[in-house]
Ligand binder design. Structure first.
Ligand code: CMX
Ligand code: CO
Length: 153
């Protein structure tokens, strides 16, 4: 079941400057940052709030590390801005299959590694009224449901 907004993915030219904007304007802090080579991004997760199911909601700030990456290609056309939305679920495999069965193109046969060792897949924006949509299951933590901890990295 898709039970929450996990994150909004925001493409930016300069991660440090964008992190500074979100900090100085709203007070948001970086919860986690990493390079995801496979996805071609340098990213920072800003934790906005916890949710009832033990998960959390983030802004995912994304700076492309390659022009031919999904974010790099998108920015060449659109500049900075909202790139995708991500719904959180306890079972990304089951939810991706359920969506696929409804005729929506799921981009990966098997979910791949996302931020903080989450498991992610994407739905084609052309099948989702123009919105690139990600499904994500957070990495399990010992003794807990979904919450992720920056200490694990
Ligand atoms: N939102 C809405 N529409 C988008 C889009 C986006 N983010 N990205 C591409 N599109 C649209 C394009 O505008 C284009 O539409 P038109 O044909 O009308 O011009 C169409 O989709 C095809 O786009 P493209 O530029 O030719 O790009 P590709 O088909 O090569 O790739 C996609 C599109 C969705 C398959 C690719 O971006 C992808 O695989 N995305 C998933 C991975 C990803 O985005 N990773 C970065 C985030 C990582 C993370 O969240 O952790
Ligand atoms: Co994302």
């Amino acid at each position: 079941m898709l039970s929450r907004i996990d994150h909004i993915g925001i493409a930016c030219f300069d991660l440090d400057a964008t992190v500074a904007f979100y900090h100085d304007t709203y007070g948001f802090e970086v919860f986690h940052s990493e390079v995801n080579e496979e996805q071609g991004v340098l990213e920072a997760m800003l934790r906005i709030n916890g949710t009832d199911d033990g998960g959390a909601s983030y802004l995912q700030l994304l700076q492309p590390i390659r022009d031919d990456s999904p974010v790099g290609k998108w920015m060449a056309k659109n500049g900075e801005g909202v790139h995708h939305i991500a719904f959180g679920t306890a079972d990304v495999d089951a939810d991706a299959e359920a969506v696929r069965a409804k005729g929506v193109r799921v981009l990966y046969d098997t979910p791949r590694r996302g931020s903080m060792d989450s498991r992610i897949t994407f739905l084609h924006p052309k099948d989702c009224h123009g919105v690139l949509t990600e499904l994500v299951t957070a990495a399990p933590t010992p003794g807990g449901e979904e919450p992720r901890s920056p200490e694990s990295h």
